[in-house]
Design a protein around this ligand. Structure first.
Ligand SMILES: Cc1cc2nc3c(=O)[nH]c(=O)nc-3n(C[C@H](O)[C@H](O)[C@H](O)COP(=O)(O)O)c2cc1C
Length: 368
């Protein structure tokens, strides 16, 4: 692999900037070892927690495809379709912490040059939950994790003190970071939900409280589609659904906008870009908006014959990025990172044919 791919991110050295996001591709030791063998620069483990986890009695994830012929989106097989998105309502890992710990140790010992990031999640309902964050953090770091990603974005929780619910509360974000940073001494990434109008403030609170990076985006809250013939949701249990998470290509543009929002507000801070990366072009777009590394989930899961870890995909990503760096004469992704950041402006800052447009406000002497 080319040296140009080596990426420094939050003080850690990645052999390449591509890592598998917290999800089924990183749910077990077997898959993570396979991913590292294939060439991924790092992984964020499937989120590990201490609370009870039981998934729905039906499929946890569906893959939705669109076709040119009749361009509706559906999970059902039709000829000549292309991937549109994943939709899931899978909870965090159901493998207990005690079982994860020897696995993490073995993974780190087998691949010491690959970055192992432990994703953890606890509640926020009081000191006992803060102690859970500390316990998870210490255990994962002692087992060899190079960094932690705090899951403040799981969209599937009824509990109001967990996951996406807490990313709207700056006090909770600060309290969790205080607990974790007091317990361990590794870079802390914070994964926020895109589904909040206060994302930039939440990111600011996290950075201020010691987060080394923000990871964006988790899946977007969304509903599966209903089939007009059967009147069934394309995924349901006993006729019922709940809000789940949309991932894959369909969220790329929205994820980019969230990354740009944070990158403009905090240009000197690190961001890990996630959402719809399928190849070099999507990865490139995250980098130009400021992301310093890239996380991939749906595209790896969709790759047939790879065991859901994207064996072909990581080869393509590294080879296409390497070709691009050579072609442009760049020494690393740092040379074009953030290139698009400040070219995203307020609507009225974009030239009109006349010079009199005032952002929708009526022009008065004061506003001219
Ligand atoms: C089936 C499934 C399970 C997921 N589980 C987790 C999880 O446990 N923790 C987490 O932080 N994100 C989880 N995610 C979100 C992904 O890590 C990622 O943020 C999201 O899928 C967007 O990336 P993508 O467009 O490449 O899929 C999950 C996603 C999917 C599809």
């Amino acid at each position: 692999m080319s040296d140009k791919l080596i990426t420094q991110f939050t003080g850690l050295t990645f052999v390449n900037p591509f890592i598998l996001a917290s999800a089924p591709p990183t749910e077990s030791k077997r898959k993570i070892l396979k991913a590292f063998e294939a060439g991924w620069g790092g992984v964020v483990t499937k989120t590990i927690g201490l609370h009870p986890v039981e998934n729905v009695a039906g499929p946890k994830t569906i893959y939705q495809r669109a076709s040119e012929e009749k361009p509706y989106v559906s999970r059902y097989k039709r000829p000549d379709t292309v991937s549109h998105s994943s939709w899931n309502w899978e909870l965090i890992s159901d493998q207990p912490l005690e079982q994860w710990l020897p696995d993490l140790e073995e993974i780190k010992t087998t691949y010491p040059d690959r970055m192992l990031i432990g994703s953890i999640m606890a509640g926020a309902g009081g000191e006992a939950e803060m102690e859970n964050w500390r316990k998870l953090a210490r255990a994962c770091v002692n087992a060899g994790c190079d960094a932690l990603e705090l899951n403040m974005s799981c969209p599937h929780m009824d509990r109001k003190d967990m996951g996406a619910h807490i990313a709207n509360d700056e006090d909770i974000i600060r309290a969790v970071l205080k607990a974790v940073t007091s317990a361990v001494d590794v870079p802390i990434w914070v994964k926020l939900t895109p589904a909040t109008s206060t994302l930039v403030d939440a990111a600011g609170a996290a950075y201020e409280a010691g987060a080394a990076s923000i990871s964006l985006c988790n899946t977007f809250p969304s509903l599966p589609l209903m089939d007009p013939e059967t009147m069934k949701f394309e995924v349901e249990v006993d006729g019922l659904v709940t809000s789940g998470g949309l991932g894959g290509l369909a969220i790329l543009h929205q994820a980019l906008q969230r990354v740009n929002d944070i990158s403009r507000a905090y240009p000197d801070k690190a961001i890990s870009g996630i959402g719809g990366i399928k190849g070099f072009r999507e990865a490139f777009n995250f980098i130009v908006h400021g992301a310093g590394n890239l996380q991939v989930c749906t595209a790896a899961m969709e790759e047939k014959g790879s065991g859901g870890v994207g064996v072909q995909l990581i080869q393509e990503l590294t080879s296409d990025l390497s070709d691009y760096l050579d072609r442009k004469g760049f020494a690393s992704i740092e040379e074009f990172r953030g290139a698009a950041r400040d070219r995203v402006v307020e609507h009225s800052k974009v030239r009109r044919k006349s010079e009199s447009y005032n952002g929708g406000y009526v022009q008065t002497e004061e506003t001219v």
